[in-house]
Design a protein around this ligand. Structure first.
Ligand SMILES: [Zn+2]
Length: 193
């Protein structure tokens, strides 16, 4: 399933087909491709004067994927936008108080790794583009995530105001809207850039 000029559904899915996704999952993934990822890819093509392939290393997650990622040594958030509205059991008392037994407010996110160019350079270009107004997109968070010297990715999420209904929005934290950040220590701390 083609979701935008350069993005296909299977790139975002692990052990599941597009047809098996819930309608909210499909909707949020389409919004992410249409209004965030494709404009970023088009912007980078202009900046570099050639197409830059953006590989998706993680897209739609459910509870099984969280267990798998923890086993692999990652630190996935239990309130992640990667859940694309999937219901995930809340684990901390703080989250239970705020969201109830299940967190269902994941607005949609993808981790991308550009091919043949530095991840940091691409992140900096995206930040420059947004700050200068040359890249005009509505997004939730764009985060440069550095893991080891040689690995990392850019986490990009949907704007919750664009992706969610008013009722859902009441329950959501808007302090994470329109934020550019980086983490250089395996996801332990984050700072705004
Ligand atoms: Zn991510």
């Amino acid at each position: 399933m083609k979701l935008s000029n350069n993005f296909y559904a299977h790139e975002f899915l692990h052990d599941i087909e597009w047809e098996d996704l819930s309608l909210p999952n499909q909707f949020l993934l389409k919004v992410l491709c249409d209004t965030v990822l494709q404009p970023i890819r088009d912007f980078l093509a202009k900046e570099y004067g050639r197409e830059i392939i953006l590989n998706v290393s993680s897209g739609v997650r459910d509870e099984k994927d969280v267990d798998r990622l923890i086993k692999q040594g990652y630190h996935p958030s239990s309130r992640s936008d990667h859940f694309y509205s999937n219901a995930i059991k809340t684990t901390s008392s703080r989250d239970r108080k705020r969201f109830g037994k299940y967190f269902t407010y994941g607005a949609g996110a993808a981790d991308i790794i550009p091919e043949g160019v530095s991840i940091r350079e691409v992140f900096d270009k995206i930040c420059d583009g947004i700050k200068s107004g040359r890249l005009d997109i509505k997004y939730g968070q764009i985060i440069f995530e550095k893991r080891t010297h040689s690995t990392g990715w850019i986490h990009i999420s949907n704007s919750k105001t664009r992706a969610m209904s008013a009722g859902m929005i009441d329950a959501v934290d808007f302090s994470i809207e329109g934020k550019l950040m980086m983490s250089l220590d395996n996801g332990k701390t984050y700072k705004v850039v």
